[in-house]
Write a new protein. Sequence first.
Length: 190
Amino acid sequence: MTTRGNTRQRIQDVALGLFAEQGYEKTSLREIAEKLEVTKAALYYHFKTKEDIVISLFQDLTRPLDELIAWAEDQPQPRTLEIKKEILRRYQVALTGAAPLFRFMQENQATVRELSIGETFKERMMTMAQLLQGPDLGIADRVRCVSALFTMHAGMFFTQSIEGDPEEKREAVLEVAIDLMTQAHHGPRS
């Protein structure tokens, strides 16, 4: 993981690394401070709790998702297939930037459900699902639209274990998501 610049970001990066390595519950503020080679008081100046660190990470790393939602909501209605494909493209960029956070969320699902970010994330996913669907779509096509969204998530985790160029893997995931979206808007292929 590349370390970003300022102290707050360094704390976030180190904490996220320890959370991934040891789990959220087993990581203490003291361990984070030791890894940073600062006192617990210095860490406490920036963050009072582990949850504060996770919330700040969530806010920082999902800002592109908030920007994507705002952009998509500003698009003309009904959203065309091309706009929905662009939503998927932009979503992939947002996911890639927040990959360490999503790995944390995947590996600490029970904890995330208990933290305030769990509900916020669920609301964002519901919004994204609505942005990709249309009122004129049948149930199967709505499922395809939502599946396109979650293909992006599953692809991010699944392709980690596949050999190959990271960009090629991202393109393959996006291609499958766009195929699902296209199929939803043109009916089943014969």
